[in-house]
Ligand binder design. Structure first.
Ligand code: SAM
Length: 377
């Protein structure tokens, strides 16, 4: 495998030379740098002692956690031997030591911090490490669901689970049956699909966690560059699990773009989408912490800062109105999005832009008021 060196954050990483990212023998996607940047900031805020990068590929994520956050011990695991060997190389390069071989499938690096390169099925490693990790990161190809159960047993009962899902086609309803199979949820198509997808993903994690008497607080969940990301803080106890389950519900949408949602274990009306999470998508304290950490870095990463700002300013209510979709569905000519937001605010409603779409707004205004505010004079 021909390797080239790339730099990201404080890490120097050898990655396979390849024409297209999916042709490479070990996976590396530079577009995911923002995902890793935000995750590094999350570790700086949360200060976990032990972290797992369960699906590590080149090791870039776990190595950045080691170099850029106060974490004390990181496990970098992959099922592919080529990935494992590259993780060992990259750890040596960044930690400046050789590592000690522990059997055929494990190399440990002992210094100020401990790092383990591990060759195994993530599910087997997580089963071995029961209630061990304070922070557990699942960053798979596609859906994280096949790892969710073991992850919920491997993370501590007050730990944090970080999930990435890249199966947007499944969650957004292009492959409805796959969504029914993997997430046991009915997906919605159209302008609400990305937010609904994120809420289906979280809703699935809530249902998986409930049987262990675990609930969640969503520290931050977002959609970006065709992936979904959620940082979920576990809350231990039957009542906490009940409380999280109670935030699941369903979404309905009509032809003109009007939507309604309702909490409930089962849908009360036909044509429901879900079940999905109807609770909050962020903890303002956590997002402020991320921003504070980012600003303390030199130089602060502008793209990440802009993104965090959008997340921070966004009204935290379920679902949004896409002005272009509403214009199409209601044969309207619409004003500029900033004027729509202003108009609704002048009427006393809350309204903001949303990271889910550059043409959408979140608001607590009723549908008719939104339509009025949209119309060009
Ligand atoms: N986290 C990496 C990053 O930030 O660059 C990217 C991970 S890549 C999307 C997914 C990785 O999961 C691949 O390297 C693949 O070999 C590995 N993988 C797939 N199935 C696995 C399993 N059951 N156990 C462990 N690793 C697995």
């Amino acid at each position: 495998m021909e390797l080239v060196e790339v730099r990201e954050g404080l890490a120097r990483i050898l990655v396979p030379k390849a024409e297209r990212i999916y042709d490479a023998p070990v996976f590396y996607n530079p577009v995911m740098a923002l995902n890793r940047d935000v995750s590094v900031l999350a570790l700086r805020v949360l200060k976990p002692e032990k972290a797992l990068d369960a699906l590590s590929a080149t090791g870039i994520r776990g190595i950045r956690y080691l170099l850029e956050s106060p974490v004390e011990e990181v496990w970098l695991n992959d099922i592919s031997r080529e990935a494992f060997e590259l993780i060992v190389k990259n750890l040596s390069l960044n930690l400046g030591s050789e590592g000690e071989i522990v059997g055929e499938k494990r190399v440990v690096f002992k210094g100020e911090k401990k790092a383990f390169a591990n060759l195994d099925d993530a599910n087997r490693l997580m089963a071995e490490k029961f209630r061990y990790f304070d922070f557990l990161d699942l960053d798979p190809f596609g859906s994280p669901v096949e790892f969710l159960d073991t992850a919920l047993r491997s993370v501590k009962r007050r730990g944090v689970l970080a999930l990435t899902a890249t199966d947007t086609g499944v969650l957004c309803g292009a492959y409805r049956h796959a969504c029914l199979r993997k997430y046991l949820a009915e997906p919605i198509r159209g302008e609400l699909c990305h937010e609904a997808s994120l809420r289906i993903l979280i809703g699935t994690a809530v249902r998986y966690a409930a049987k262990y008497d675990l609930g969640f607080e969503v520290l931050l969940a977002y959609y970006r560059d065709h992936y979904f990301r959620a940082f979920l803080k576990l809350r231990s106890g039957a009542k906490k699990a009940d409380r999280s389950l109670a935030r699941l519900g369903y979404l309905w949408q009509e032809e003109d773009g009007r939507f309604t949602y309702e909490e409930g274990f089962l849908p009360e009306k036909p044509n429901a989408f879900g079940p999905l999470w109807l609770g909050s998508l962020k903890s303002p304290e956590f997002v402020e912490g991320l921003e504070r950490e980012l600003k303390s870095l030199e130089p602060a990463h502008k793209k990440t800062l802009t993104f965090l700002r959008t997340l921070m300013d966004e009204l935290d209510v379920p679902f949004h109105y896409d002005t272009h979709a509403l214009a199409r569905k209601n044969s309207l000519e619409v004003r500029k999005i900033s004027e729509v937001v202003e108009g609704l605010r002048e009427l006393g409603y809350s309204a903001t832009r949303t990271h889910f779409s550059p043409t959408a707004i979140k608001t607590d205004a009723p549908f008719e008021e939104v339509l009025e505010a949209l119309k060009k004079d």
